[in-house]
Design a protein around this ligand. Structure first.
Ligand code: ARG
Length: 572
């Protein structure tokens, strides 16, 4: 398994402590935490030892600190804590050679080798307007897929289209009334027809019945109904693909609920054999003990049509058969928590040992997202709006000399998408957040454009300094800001790993902000003091050392942005 410098130092500290107190290293390792910055890098609290050693924690800490000696660490006591500071000269050199040795993709490991993760994400509904949750699942799912891949997992990303259901009946009947034959191949038109037909069905029971009848015909395999379904599905897919392309997303599989239509009877049969089913108001439900007020798991409606849950049960079984996954993630809005809890519960009750490997990766809501033109109909509208707003910003910043670009249109696409993606991923996925166009596009805030700008700054320093220096004496990097920056760079792989463990891309997103903030604090020192310029005017060895630090920053920012699905332009 790949170990990074940070891991090795932590391990050395934990082993030395473990030997000194006579406890297993696992126990000690679990107690070592990041230190308060003024106290160093790692901290070990001695409270838990007080009883066993019959001594006061500060005394234990002082005693341990006096006895421990670990190469690469300066060990001290502060109150009840034993603290370790990475010995700066060897640490900074070690970080730079580690990062620059790895190059792009720094942070990658093979920890997941031989393991498979299935990731159900994006999964929009065909011929229906998008919801903002589709934006979130697309961005979060993409980042999670990249993160797992970077840790050596085999990733099977599935776009599980909502391509089965009554909406096809509504669109089919709606096309007759509201359709424009010339626009029949446009996804936006289908959505428009759906919206009108849906409103009409609410007022007009005959229309509604006609739509239901159409869907039933589809379910029974009527060739005409099926042909229309195929056409609508293809039109929608053609509409979605350019958006995925813009975001750099490639799914390993584009499945859909329709895939499971002819497996419904088999699943229902298996459930009735293993768990039991019963009738409730004419519908067929799973016979489980339900909590007070909990809606039952419906397998079949009174009219005989099958449901979302039934199809998810069949899909889970199918995925197990195809992939024998170690984890199966469902990146879906928190609103569907009950649905997934119930699906997993039924799988467990059916005796599927792999049910425990299924995880609902839930996320909260976006509030306040709209465009100047009003409503968002398609996800691509959000991306277009982002690009348009970014273009204004790019033009303004270019005319004030803040940024430089030969291709404002291309840069606007990168910055606009970067703003949206980062604006989402910097939030803990399970929180709700309020979206604000001005805020996400800010070059100075905690934003995607700020990170892209920092990355371009690092590239620019290297260009002006004559490229990346092949060798450099990193021990010359003695400024506190340089050491701080090196520490932050070294923690990047730790955050990547945590992001995979908790399916939480925000860990990486926020860490990149720390990198960019520490970087800018360092490279702006030269504005006050010529001696501190990255491109030192007379001392070539120092300039080379500083350039190699800028190079490591460039690598970490590029790796992190790539993991999040954000472009890293080299100049702006
Ligand atoms: N199409 C569903 C929706 O838009 C999401 C599907 C999520 N995946 C799943 N296996 N249920 O709400």
């Amino acid at each position: 398994m790949t170990q990074f410098l940070h891991d090795r130092l932590l391990e050395a500290f934990a082993s030395a402590l473990a030997a000194a107190v006579g406890q297993p290293v696992e126990t000690i390792r679990a107690q070592v935490k990041p230190a308060e910055p003024e106290h160093g890098d790692l901290a070990f609290p001695t409270f838990p030892l007080a009883k066993q050693l019959r001594s006061a924690p500060p005394k234990i800490a002082a005693d341990l600190a006096g006895r421990l000696s670990v190469p690469g660490l300066e060990i001290t006591a502060a109150g009840p804590y034993v603290n370790a500071r990475f010995e700066p000269r060897s640490f900074v050199s070690g970080v730079l050679s580690e990062v620059r040795g790895a190059g792009p993709g720094y942070g990658a490991t093979d920890a997941g080798r031989g393991k498979t993760v299935v990731i159900d994400y994006s999964s929009p509904n065909i011929a229906k307007p998008i919801g903002f949750h589709h934006l979130r699942t697309t961005l979060i799912g993409h980042a999670i897929a990249n993160l797992y891949r970077s840790q050596g997992w085999r990733v099977e990303g599935i776009n599980y289209l909502g391509d089965w259901g009554k909406q096809f009946g509504l669109v089919a009947v709606g096309l007759r009334e509201y359709g424009d034959p010339a626009r029949r191949g446009e996804m936006a038109h289908l959505v428009d027809v759906y919206v009108k037909a849906n409103a009409r069905a609410e007022q007009d029971p005959a229309f509604d019945a006609e739509a239901r009848a159409f869907f039933r015909k589809m379910e029974q395999g009527d060739p005409e109904a099926r042909a229309l379904w195929t056409e609508l599905r293809e039109t929608s897919l053609r509409g979605f693909l350019p958006m995925y392309e813009r975001l750099g997303i490639r799914f390993e599989h584009i499945d859909g609920e329709s895939l499971y239509e002819d497996r419904m009877d088999a699943v229902i049969e298996e459930i009735s054999r293993t768990v039991g089913v019963k009738e409730s108001d004419g519908a067929l439900i799973v016979d489980l003990p339900y909590a007070e007020g909990e809606p039952p798991v419906l397998l079949k409606k009174a009219d005989g049509s099958t449901l979302y849950a039934t199809r998810d049960l069949a899909a889970a079984e199918d995925r197990w058969g195809r992939f024998h996954f170690d984890r199966a993630l469902y990146v879906v809005a928190r609103d569907q928590s009950l649905h997934f809890a119930q699906v997993f519960r039924v799988l467990k009750a059916m005796g599927k040992p792999w049910a425990e490997r299924c995880i609902h990766v839930a996320f909260g809501r976006i509030m306040g997202m709209s465009t100047r033109a009003g409503k968002l109909v398609l996800l691509a509208d959000v991306l277009d709006e982002a690009r348009a707003r970014a273009l204004e910003k790019v033009r303004d910043s270019a005319s004030s000399g803040r940024i430089h670009t030969d291709d404002p249109e291309r840069l606007a696409e990168q910055v606009g998408l970067g703003a949206i993606i980062f604006g989402d991923l910097k939030n803990r996925r399970n929180t709700d957040y309020t979206f604000d166009w001005d805020e996400v596009l800010e070059f100075d805030g905690h934003t995607g454009p700020y990170l892209q700008y920092a990355h371009a700054r690092a590239c620019n320093l290297l260009k002006r300094g004559g490229g990346t220096p092949p060798t450099a004496d990193a021990t010359l990097l003695a400024l506190p800001e340089e050491q701080q920056l090196a520490r932050t760079l070294a923690r990047f792989p730790v955050q990547v790993r945590a992001a995979v463990e908790q399916d939480e891309p925000s860990f990486v997103a926020r860490h990149l902000i720390d990198v960019a903030v520490d970087f800018s604090r360092w490279y702006t020192l030269g504005n006050q003091d010529r001696e501190k310029r990255v491109l030192h005017e007379s001392d070539e060895a120092l300039r080379a050392a500083r350039l190699s630090l800028a190079d490591a920053v460039r690598i970490v920012l590029a790796s992190g942005l790539q993991l999040l699905g954000i472009a890293a332009p080299e100049s702006m």
